[in-house]
Design a protein around this ligand. Structure first.
Ligand SMILES: Nc1ncnc2c1ncn2[C@@H]1O[C@H](COP(=O)(O)OP(=O)(O)OP(=O)(O)O)[C@@H](O)[C@H]1O
Length: 481
């Protein structure tokens, strides 16, 4: 195609790059997808990726085969140079037929199709390869990738175990159990394993499930005599990712079904990964035979991140979302929120949303004002969903029945969504549990509400003010009771 002594046109390089990628095995392509070819000159192809990790992976895993394939396409022996450019947007892999659209904050339908997890703001997530049907079945959040996971001493071992498990499902640690307090990245790691497996083995069948959903499936299957369907759903897969396994405590039928599911998968060397809020040995009302099985593989914990990691997490989140936040503000937020990464992210959203709404830059002064509640001494009071629902009702002047009911009048939907958002922010309740409290809604509806209110806060003064005022009322009330 060219001798590389002169520059090749962008279109030619891009065609040659695509053809070279097509020559690679599906497993190798995963590492090339994040890269964008920039130039070909003097036998050197320069490509860019968004970050260090993508470069390290591309270089260590596929550089020789990619150089070989590029050499064939370009008709000369080429050398590949990989640079980092955070502003590039990698192309969508061809395998994705129907990529999810971006979330629109103006869309007020509370029950959108929530199997598509879509980010609030910022660049589109790195695409996952795999068959579209398998991707849909897996139900993974596209943001929860290893690339977006910041490691530090609090989570390094769990992260390494997760990567090792994802590289060789069913072979490294089976089961892998990750435990730790709320908001420390367990679900993130669980989804990241799923993405990674689908990237490496596109035809594999991965399924993410929260234990509360699993329990509901068991109850429904028994009630409706559809146990065959249940077995197919959870046993005819390669990787089962089970979130919040502590919710299986005391549920006999669910434990029984999970015991058989576990055995069926484990016997076939299929991978099981579970998260829990405590180590399996502390799950008191768990049948001994299950506890015993949970300890067959590897159990690892995640602990609250130290200051440096918290700052790094905020920095990454700000970069991913295209936010400009001065270093002293990141440090300030990280020093105030110490034990829960979800809250850490929530604090960053509040500060940047406030600045955005008021068209002022983010600085220390503004951050101190916005986060004054966090700064105030005394720690956080215990907040319950009942309190949040009652306060949301009083504040919005809709009754509790209406908040938890099905009427979809615009203002009522907004009040309901704010209530769900605050439950996620102020309590440690899981998404399915919050859904239950709000009239038996699905966890995907709660997730939609959380994302939507997060986005609206950056766009609408009224929503920002409502959320802030309601938060203060709820905390005040909780302190008094
Ligand atoms: N090390 C990390 N790097 C980047 N983001 C992180 C990290 N750990 C957690 N997060 C982010 O913090 C938020 C909360 O994490 P996650 O939902 O995984 O916590 P969890 O431990 O599963 O909590 P819960 O037990 O309440 O479900 C997510 O948005 C996640 O992406």
């Amino acid at each position: 195609m060219s001798d590389g002594s002169a520059s090749t046109s962008e279109a030619d390089l891009s065609a040659a790059w695509q053809a070279a990628v097509d020559r690679l095995s599906p497993g190798a392509r995963v590492w090339v997808f994040p890269a964008v070819p920039l130039s070909f000159h003097n036998d050197i192809v320069i490509a860019a990726v968004q970050n260090d990790l993508a470069r390290a992976q591309l270089e260590s895993r596929v550089r020789p085969v990619l150089e070989q394939a590029l050499s064939r396409e370009l008709g000369t022996e080429v050398r590949l140079v990989v640079t980092i450019d955070a502003s590039i947007s990698p192309p969508e892999p061809l395998a994705l037929e129907d990529p999810p659209g971006r979330y629109s904050a103006l869309d007020d339908d509370e029950d959108d199709d929530e199997d598509h997890f879509v980010p609030q703001w910022g660049p589109a997530p790195t695409p996952v390869t795999g068959r579209p049907a398998n991707i849909a079945e897996a139900r993974l959040n596209p943001r929860y990738l290893f690339e977006n996971f910041v490691t530090g001493s609090s989570n390094r071992f769990a992260h390494a175990a997760a990567v090792a498990t994802a590289e060789a499902p069913g072979k490294a640690y089976n089961p892998l159990v990750i435990y730790g307090d709320s908001g420390l990245g367990k679900t993130h790691l669980l989804h990241a394993i799923g993405h990674y497996v689908l990237g490496l083995y596109p035809s594999s069948r991965v399924r993410y499930v929260n234990t509360e959903e699993f329990t509901n499936d068991v109850i429904n299957a028994i009630g409706e005599r559809r146990t065959g369907e249940l077995k197919r759903k959870y046993r005819e897969i390669d990787v089962l990712l089970v979130d919040d396994i502590q919710f299986i405590e005391g549920k006999e039928a669910t434990q029984e079904e999970f015991f058989h599911t576990f055995n069926a998968l484990h016997n076939e060397n299929k991978q099981i990964v579970m998260t829990s809020d405590r180590p399996p040995k502390n799950l008191k009302t768990l049948e001994e035979r299950l506890r015993n099985r949970f300890e067959w593989g590897l159990t690892t914990d995640v602990t609250p991140p130290e200051l440096e990691t918290r700052i790094a997490i905020l920095r990454k989140k700000a970069a991913n979302d295209g936010l400009t936040v001065p270093a002293d503000v990141l440090e300030f937020i990280a020093s105030k929120v110490q034990t829960n990464i979800r809250e850490l992210e929530g604090a960053l959203i509040r500060v940047t949303a406030f600045a955005n709404l008021n068209k002022t830059p983010v600085d220390m002064n503004l951050s101190q004002i916005v986060l004054k509640d966090l700064v105030s001494a005394g720690g956080d009071p215990e907040v319950t969903s009942a309190l949040i629902i009652a306060q949301t009702s009083a504040y919005s002047e809709f009754s509790i029945e209406e908040i938890c009911g099905t009427n979809r009048q615009r203002d009522l939907v907004l009040a309901r969504q704010i209530g769900m958002y605050l439950c996620r922010e102020l309590t440690e309740m899981s998404l399915p549990k919050i859904g239950q409290e709000f009239g038996g809604r699905d966890h995907t509806t709660v997730m939609h509400a959380v994302r939507k209110i997060g986005a609206l806060m950056t766009e609408k003064h009224a929503v920002f003010n409502q959320v802030t005022e309601l938060t203060n009322r709820i905390k005040q009330q909780a302190r008094q009771s």
